[in-house]
Design a protein around this ligand. Sequence first.
Ligand SMILES: Cc1cc2nc3c(=O)[nH]c(=O)nc-3n(C[C@H](O)[C@H](O)[C@H](O)COP(=O)(O)OP(=O)(O)OC[C@H]3O[C@@H](n4cnc5c(N)ncnc54)[C@H](O)[C@@H]3O)c2cc1C
Length: 322
Amino acid sequence: MKAYDYHKPHTVKEAIDIMDGLENAKYIAGGTDVMVLVRQGKLSPANLVSLRNVSGLSGIDVQNGVRIGAGVTHTQIANNEFIREHYSALAEGAGVVGSRQIRNVATIGGNICNAAPSADTACPLLIFDAAVVITGKSGERQVSIDDFFLGPNRVVLEKGELVTAFVMPAFGAGTGSAYIKHARRMAMDLPVLGIAARATVKVGGKEDACRDAFAGDVSETIKRLEAEGVAFEDVRIAMSVVAPRPMRARKAEESLKGRTLSEKTLEELGEIAASESQPRDSIRGEAWYRRDMVRVLTKRALLKSIERAVGASSMVFPNRLW
Ligand SMILES: Cc1cc2nc3c(=O)[nH]c(=O)nc-3n(C[C@H](O)[C@H](O)[C@H](O)COP(=O)(O)OP(=O)(O)OC[C@H]3O[C@@H](n4cnc5c(N)ncnc54)[C@H](O)[C@@H]3O)c2cc1C
């Protein structure tokens, strides 16, 4: 491992100024991606600029939605009551990153800026229409999370720029969300694929009946929800590890516009999402398997979102849905 200088700025401006005057420098937050690469010799920065003590990167602020500082750790997100209730999929995503030790130091900013196709908080941010707040020499700009990723480990940041926060709008009553990480084992594994869903629904019939519908098995649940006329007002589906970058399943989302829930709409949703995915073979799973699991897990994530939207499930966990 080559020696490097370690810089410890205290403000965003100081961090940007330090970065501006350096060659071969890298920001480091929790270091759980950076230091692995440095130790493996895949990254040899002459300078590391630490974001750990930079003010303005911390905090979860509720204001017409929510603003999450880039330096907020996965543990802080997973344990935040407001996020758990209103942005459940994000709490779930943050709650399944690595191990407890990793989650205690690793940040949401690092997870997104590292831009791994498997990043567990990427799909949740996509379904919540998050904006990435970026600060650089020439000031602040916002980019939608969908435009932020360019490809594996590539994002739109210019030299010296850093991400300061993620901003998400508020969603009205009747909204629920879920994230499913499909991995080979529960403990510390990268996902074979990840699926997030957000649904805002309107119930034509009785809300109580919708809540009760989730007590039975899945096919019974769907029949009972269909009978109560659960209509889709707004839906987002996002998938990871099925393309070079985390992606929205836009055609699948479109397929639910103006429709009510039924076995048929769910089946179509799964088929369309699977056809939109572009998975490849890797050591974690073959393409055909990933595509098939997109078909299955898209339906599950959407049903879980509806369960939360109608108030049948007030809390996020358990991690395994069925
Ligand atoms: C054992 C282990 C298990 C893991 N398991 C998972 C997992 O299950 N799911 C998962 O998604 N990830 C996993 N990871 C990857 C990693 O922990 C996450 O991606 C984590 O969120 C990275 O955050 P960090 O703060 O440690 O980032 P760092 O390593 O500090 O930085 C990562 C990258 O982001 C840049 N960066 C960081 N913050 C900013 C900022 N504010 N502005 C601009 N650039 C910035 C850095 O320059 C670097 O390029 C695992 C890693 C390890 C070592």
